[in-house]
Ligand binder design. Structure first.
Ligand SMILES: [Zn+2]
Ligand SMILES: [Zn+2]
Length: 205
């Protein structure tokens, strides 16, 4: 295996290359998420979260999220990553050890480029020529460079979190769904017609 693309490196010092290795490609969204994660790390004295000490709530489900997972160890499986599809480049980070938190909102005027927007429109709508595709790649790589070389304080506005830190992940016991007879976490079951059933079966009743 190519060692550059492995996750064997120092967890406390994950690089943008590590984010690319996890995400699959470099793109402006990944760069934005990377800068957000580094900024949060600095502002809240965060370390890579092997458990649930760091929590993040994102307000977008874009490429940005994968950098945050890479750098801070907030992952879907540990329950310290909450991804919302609200279309905002906003990220709330919590340090459970200190109780401190920040919400980073990307400024609307960050590194705007009307040409890049126009070319992206063509690519998205399937009307891009080969030249457009080439230009799109160039502009995208340029934007990544711009984002990575801009101070995070120029990219994000630091705001107060909108909600308190989410509860720690709980481990629930399982029961058998009375319809499908499959084992299911009791806290995720629904009482319906006097029976305790899984969500799928409840949706069919
Ligand atoms: Zn991407
Ligand atoms: Zn069921």
């Amino acid at each position: 295996m190519n060692s550059k693309n492995s996750f064997l490196g120092d967890l406390s010092d994950r690089s943008y290359d590590d984010a690319i290795a996890f995400h699959g490609h470099s793109c402006p969204g990944l760069a934005i998420g990377y800068q957000a994660a580094l900024y949060a790390k600095e502002l809240l004295n965060l370390e890579y979260s092997e458990d649930e000490d760091v929590v993040v709530i994102t307000e977008t489900d874009s490429c940005t999220v994968d950098s945050i997972q890479t750098v801070l160890g907030c992952t879907a499986g540990k329950g310290n990553l909450f991804v919302n599809n609200w279309g905002k480049n906003a990220f709330t980070f919590y340090n459970r050890k200190t109780g401190k938190a920040v919400r980073l909102m990307m400024s609307p005027d960050v590194i705007q480029n009307p040409e890049a927007d126009a070319v992206r429109q063509k690519v998205m709508s399937g009307t891009a020529t080969p030249e457009d595709m080439k230009r799109h790649k160039e502009l995208s790589a340029q934007r990544v460079q711009n984002i990575l070389t801009t101070a995070p304080s120029q990219i994000f506005e630091v705001k107060e979190p909108q909600i308190p830190v989410p509860e720690k992940a709980k481990i629930f016991s399982n029961i058998i769904c009375s319809v499908c007879q499959e084992s299911v976490g009791v806290a995720r079951c629904i009482e319906k017609d006097g029976q305790t059933v899984c969500q799928f079966c409840a949706s069919k009743m």
